[in-house]
Design a protein around this ligand. Structure first.
Ligand SMILES: [Zn+2]
Length: 55
């Protein structure tokens, strides 16, 4: 699972496919709500606010 900014979206998808050998599901963080999970405050690759969740 990756939480990334829009700049690192493609990089995260590539890495996901490499690790899990299947295409990820992609969600916009703004459009989903979590009950028991709080989204990380920064991108997996940099310090920007994350925009997408890749699972
Ligand atoms: Zn980033």
């Amino acid at each position: 699972m990756y939480v990334v900014c829009s700049k690192h979206l493609e990089e995260a998808i590539d890495e996901f496919i490499e690790v899990y050998e299947q295409p990820p599901d992609l969600y916009e963080l703004e459009t989903i709500t979590f009950t028991e999970w709080t989204a990380p405050t920064c991108c997996h690759f940099c310090d920007m606010n994350p925009k997408y969740l890749i699972v």
